[in-house]
Design a protein around this ligand. Structure first.
Ligand SMILES: [Zn+2]
Length: 232
């Protein structure tokens, strides 16, 4: 043990490991986030609340069984910094780490623990080529490890790149992403309880369109889980 610690300290000299939340050094038993940052993540705990604000957000739009987000997402907050590194700085380990934490919490809910397959919202091919990875896949990997449920990138594909979403109204955004998802093999999702996963819910139109496609193609039910949301 003493030798291991010595070895660890020497490695630290050359490859310092810092917390992705506060950039202080990590202790040898910490990974990605320090205990302080992990404890103070702005959790929503929406999975414990039936008819929570995120579920109400989907009312009248798409029949989701349950919806939850791991944390509140705000400009400049801890989660926003983490998601920025996950998306733009190649820190895929952050996605996996947060996915695992999230999955451990979701075990408390029978609705979420009862899902059968985890499905990431796919990136369009052009963005995938540009970034090299879909950040949501790593969140799904972490969720899968914690919930002990399979995940698949083959269940849902994106057909067309949606144009920039930012300057459009809600209807136009919906129309813009509508019908862009396809299910290449319906047997993968037929009669299954799915957990549809995205990184951050902004307008909800992407998730709405993805959920609609999965239900149309024979999924039994959809639960939605995102890492971040600004809906309170
Ligand atoms: Zn920290």
């Amino acid at each position: 043990m003493w030798l291991t610690n010595c070895f660890y300290d020497i490695i630290q000299l050359f490859y310092p490991r810092v917390c992705a939340g506060c950039f202080h050094s990590l202790a040898s038993n910490e990974q990605v986030l320090c205990s302080y940052c992990t404890y103070f993540l702005p959790r929503t705990r929406y999975h414990t609340m039936k008819d929570n604000p995120l579920e109400k957000y989907f009312w009248g739009r798409i029949p989701v069984q349950r919806a939850t987000a791991f944390c509140f997402f705000q400009k400049g907050n801890r989660l926003q910094r983490l998601i920025h590194q996950l998306k733009y700085q190649g820190r895929t380990d952050i996605g996996q780490f947060l996915g695992r934490l999230f999955g451990e919490e979701l075990k408390e809910s029978t609705d979420f623990a009862g899902i059968e397959l985890i499905v990431p919202v796919p990136l369009h091919r052009s963005r995938l080529l540009q970034r090299g990875y879909n950040q949501v896949d790593f969140v799904c990997q972490g969720l899968s490890e914690a919930l002990q449920k399979p995940w698949s990138t083959k269940a849902l594909l994106r057909a067309h790149a949606s144009e920039s979403q930012t300057r459009k109204g809600r209807f136009e955004r919906w129309a813009n992403v509508a019908e862009v998802f396809t299910v290449p093999d319906e047997t993968l999702i037929a009669s299954k309880h799915l957990l549809l996963v995205d990184d951050v819910i902004t307008t909800g139109s992407t998730l709405e369109s993805a959920a609609r496609t999965l239900l149309d193609k024979g999924a039994a039910s959809i639960c939605v889980a995102t890492l971040g949301c600004s809906v309170k």
